[in-house]
Design a protein around this ligand. Structure first.
Ligand code: NDP
Length: 271
């Protein structure tokens, strides 16, 4: 049986085993997918042991190990190089560790599934952590016209824009914000603590879509989504679809099979 896992600390909350087991069933794959809490001081050894087992195919990595997973890999694709953080690992045929970041593919797939054509759109990205870094390349590749990054700590947004090295991607201060964006994406972790990132109401009131990467509990709305809805944003979405789509991209990397996702998203929304 093919062996997979997700590594994090803590990890009890992870939905990844449920998601990948549903994918495997729909793709006629037999898998064993575990949650593993890696010790904070021994992540690298834990990963090395995991990949030493002959049935191991790959793993996901979550907070707080994504940067360390990136550091361990010999081979890195463009998205993971930009993110400097890996959420997916596997060995190539020479037994060398390869790192990927599928968060951005997941975000773009979820936006597209929800009827948004990103071509020519203007996007405001709130936050400049690992999740923000991971979505820059896929958003640019999806044909957006302009991507502004606004973060509480401006220097971190500037670092991302410098690394992106693309005229469409700019770090902005509150004073440099445009008057309108088609899409506002909240990649801050503020919603987790019930807080709102500092963004002018007028931008949320006039955007076509306000997207929160955090996912809503009990089928409700995050504070960011509720705020945007109250102000009149065209549509609000949480990050559950992104979570399932980034998992689907990882599953494809490991197996070459593209799993169906809509039924998984619906199942997680209702369970
Ligand atoms: P990081 O810790 O790397 O970055 C957090 C970011 O949030 C920083 O830019 C930080 O600002 C900002 N921030 C935190 N609290 C506040 C606040 N109260 N007000 C304004 N800004 C705030 O986290 P990640 O980038 O890895 O993840 C961010 C979020 O995205 C998490 O909630 C995570 O769950 C979610 N996520 C969802 C995914 C999905 O599939 N749906 C995938 C990946 C992440 P500063 O730099 O100033 O500290």
């Amino acid at each position: 049986m093919k062996k997979f896992a997700v590594f994090g600390n803590p990890i009890a909350q992870s939905l990844s085993p449920t998601i990948h087991e549903m994918f495997a069933k729909s793709c006629a794959e037999e898998i064993n997918y575990e949650k593993i809490e890696a010790p904070l001081d021994d992540f690298e050894t834990t990963i090395t042991h995991f990949f030493a087992a002959p049935q191991t195919v790959g793993c996901n990595v979550t907070v707080p190990f994504k940067e360390r997973a990136f550091g361990m890999a010999m081979h890195k694709d463009d998205a993971v190089k930009m993110a400097k953080a890996a959420n997916t690992l596997m060995l190539n045929s020479d037994g060398e560790l390869c790192a990927y970041n599928t968060d951005g593919i997941g975000l773009v797939a979820d936006l597209t599934n929800n009827g948004l054509n990103l071509k020519g759109t203007t996007v405001l990205l709130l936050g400049a952590g690992g999740a923000a870094r991971g979505v820059i390349h896929p958003l640019v590749n999806a044909g957006i016209e302009q991507l502004h990054i606004l973060n509480r700590t401006i220097a971190k947004a500037q670092d991302i824009a410098d690394d992106a090295n693309n005229p469409k991607v700019e770090a902005v201060s509150q004073q440099q914000l445009a008057a309108h964006y088609d899409v506002v994406i909240n990649s801050t972790s503020a919603s987790l603590s019930g807080n709102l990132p500092d963004v002018p109401d007028s931008l949320l009131a006039t955007c076509k879509l306000a997207y929160d990467m955090v996912y809503a509990k009990d089928n409700g709305a995050t504070v960011f989504m509720a705020h945007a809805q109250k102000l009149g944003a065209g549509q609000q979405l949480d990050g559950l679809g992104m979570l399932v789509e980034q998992a689907a991209a990882a599953f494809y990397i490991w197996t070459g099979k593209q799993p169906a996702t809509a039924n998984v998203i619906e199942y997680l929304r209702n369970c």
